[in-house]
Design a protein. Sequence first.
Lengths: 499, 315, 229
Amino acid sequence: MGSLVALLPLEAHNPLFWILGAPLIGAALLACIPDWRHAVWLNVAVSVVTLGGAVSLLSVRPVETPLFFIDDFNIYLVVLTAFVGFTTAVFSAAYIGRESKTRRLTSRHLRFYHSMYQAFLFTMLLALTANNIGVLWVAVEAATLTTVLMVSLYRTREAIEAAWKYFILCSVGIGLALFGTILVYLAAQPVMGDGVSAMAWAQMIKKAGAFQPELISLAFVFLLVGYGTKVGLAPLHAWLPDAHAEGPTPISAVLSGLLLNVALYALLRFKMLIAANGHALQPGPLMIGMGCSSIFVAAFMLYRRGDIKRLFAYSSVEHMGIITFAFGMGGPLANFAGLLHMTMHSLVKSAIFFAVGLITQATGSKRIAEIRGLTVSHPVLGWAFVIGVLAIAGLPPMGIFMSEFLVISSTFARNTWLAVPVMVGLLVTFGALIMRLQGMAFGEPGHLALDSERTHQGWFIRGVGMAPLMAHLLLALVAGIYLPDSLVAWFQAVAKLLG
Amino acid sequence: MMAFLFGLIHTGLVLAAAPLVTGIVRLTKARLQGRRGASVVQPYRDLWRLLQKESVIAESASWLFRIAPYLIFVAVWLAATIMPTFTTDMILTPAADLIALVALLGTARFFTALAGLDAGTAFGGLGSSREMFIASIGEPAMLMVIFSLSLLTHTTSPAHMVAYVLGGHIGIEVSAGLALAAMVMVAIAENGRIPIDNPTTHLELTMIHEAMVLEYSGRHLALLEAAGMVRLLLFMSIISCLFFPWGIAGADSGLTDVVVGLLAWAGKVGFMAVVLGYFESMLAKMRVFLIADFLGGALLLALLATIFLYVSEAV
Amino acid sequence: MIPVHHFSLFERYAYDTAHLIGAVILMMSFGLLYQRRLTAVIRTYSLQAMVLALAAAWQAFVQDAPHLYATALIALLFKGMAVPFALDWLVRRLGIHRTVETALGIGPTMIAGVALVALSIVLVLPVTASATAMTRENLALAMSVVLLGLLMMITRRNAVTQVVGFMSLENGLILAAVGAKGMPLVVEISIAFSVLVAMALFGIFFFRIRERFDSLDVAYLETFRGERR
């Protein structure tokens, strides 16, 4: 243990110190603050510090240590995570006050919520910056734990059941992922030796060609099933809709927007290891298969959903399927598309969940049948919601259209017949989402909306609630129209890394 | 010459020592249950008493009923003769084969079951069907155990197995451990001990082995009782010979080796008898439909023992 | 090319004992599948954790890795004593049904278990015998215990037995981790997993209380202890 402490990034000029330290200290502080009104702003402040640390990574990269490292791949995910964490904290500041009144959340619950939120961000950032695959595993496990605790926040029967299901399914996944991690260590041990540096990914990738092929193939299967459960790939996705539906909306936003990405990141790190080994099994077909099944399962499940959060949870399953499919295809174009899609999905999905949160608060209901005529009763929110859903359905000029287009065209070029099921899945999803959107956004407003307590919220809080939503949608729009050259070059470099 | 002598001594020994072993088991049980219990030589007295009594046979019984006890006794005694106890240098050693052993025991069981059916009583049929049910899982389990041991030692002859183990070719083998566990379970089932069957029960509906021999009396009953005792001793010899062969004298061994072999065998069998008595007192008989789970467990253990050989470096 | 490794006598002896202990753990996994009563399941799990502690201690001795003694201690104290005690308390306090409800009969479950063991062995066979960090047998044993734990989780309907299945899956993982020579962070990983297990126990507690009393308020438990209002 002593040698581990020596490897911690404890210097103030090291961005990692701020990225990891701020959420951790924030979590500890937030556990002590009794008044939630102060806690929400401390939460935002800590997130700003984390974001600052993440942005500073762009200029000064810390040296690689056996525990932590930053390369092109995780740097952009760190920035994305810190950014979405920040905007969600802002949204949560506006959202949670209302919830505490309507849902009988005590101040203890809110203290717990804020503390766990920062703890969750810490675990995700730890997973993203970890060099040691064991630390990566511990971080993903801790992320699962913190979110389970938050999903059960409302303490209703459904919430507890959802949290229990989430916990059991993801714990099994985590267990299998640990077995895969041990197998990777065993496969690498003849070339990497023993000790903490034997499990450092940045070192492993250099010698991956000499790993034992049978062991690493077996390891990848376990890791695909294990981390794949956390990504929400069908048929391992059963926990996802319940966890999204029953937890508080800011948690749904970070679950969809960030945690699924982190799990996929872990999977991709191992995919890179196995792809570097010529004799091991090809990871591509497995990922393509699981991606396709996710797209299809999600597409058809979208039709019969009655709960708005569940609807978008299945949409997350579908998009993670598309991303996995893209990375399974491999090659510079498909990888680029996958990376772009990860970013766009993060932004747009969290924006949608922000909107959903505001909608459920305004109308007082989660049922799709009871939400009607949003553009009439709440014009700004309604139209933002419309834009968000159109974005997630893949309409131009938003970013997701671009990435989906790239996925399909690269698949078409490489293996024409594979593109057909993907397109069918995307079209089915499009249909389902537009159908639901039409019912929710247009028409006569339901009686619930007209009785809303909307007027009781000050304009400042309303603005704070809407701002993250607008910011994300704006970013997605801009990315769809124009990607700065430096960003394109950067994605291309990462795409090459991914092989 | 010595082989012939040892063979003769061995054959007499298993017959003579069997009632003693049963006596030890009963005495242990009695003492653990807080009773004084009969002395260890009581089974000898029981057998002698039965031999002198008149044998009463049902009118509906056929010639099979009369012949069966002799056949059963001879089959079991022959099986006991094959299994080395204190030395492997016996006259019958070249003919000894574990598969033949299983066949002999199977023959004995077959005739027991037929005899149970022969008298035409309900309880006889009950016992026979239960016995066959146990055999349908127990015999494959025993064969799997022998199979895994044979794979390990490259032979089915017990004498060669002993020579292989004593020659130091096997380390601590997982498969051997699993096979031992399976063998113990099968031995309990074959001998009709608790938890499979209570040998001292008076309730006919709970009987398995006793039900088949319910109609016998006199010398026929004496033969059947003796066969049961020899079978118990046989299984103890199997376990001590196959799994703990240390002490067994080899091909060209002097008098001291033989004496050591005798003492070792006596010690092992005596220890097993006491342990059997202990566990019979501690456990309760399980319900008949749970026997399938128990023996299924034995079969699966034996199967695992075989499977494990392929992952260890032994095969 | 990976050089072929010839085992020394000490290594042979060490590996054989490790395999034996691993086989005992595997037998207990089967024992967990075999049991029909909840208290027997908990006791078998407790025994399995103690044998796991023995395995970890043996590996600590053989590999000359003193940090594995810490893993052994955690396995013994936390998993061998504290967790079964907590489970017993939960079962009694919440009045959970004492017999194990199975989705598949005990016989077919055992057969499926043996099939899974055969599968692990088949998967492990291609790995060359010269693997020095962990022998094939050890890896097959650990994988079998993991898969049997998974089987137990799938074929049981009761929340407590599902959690016990999960914990036996964890035992298999720890067995793999201590068997892998020189693996770092074993203690940290086992602590992390123990936290997960503790959460599972909390989860059962809350879950069942919610089911029975329609509220998570523990004060209700006090009322239902039978005291008059």
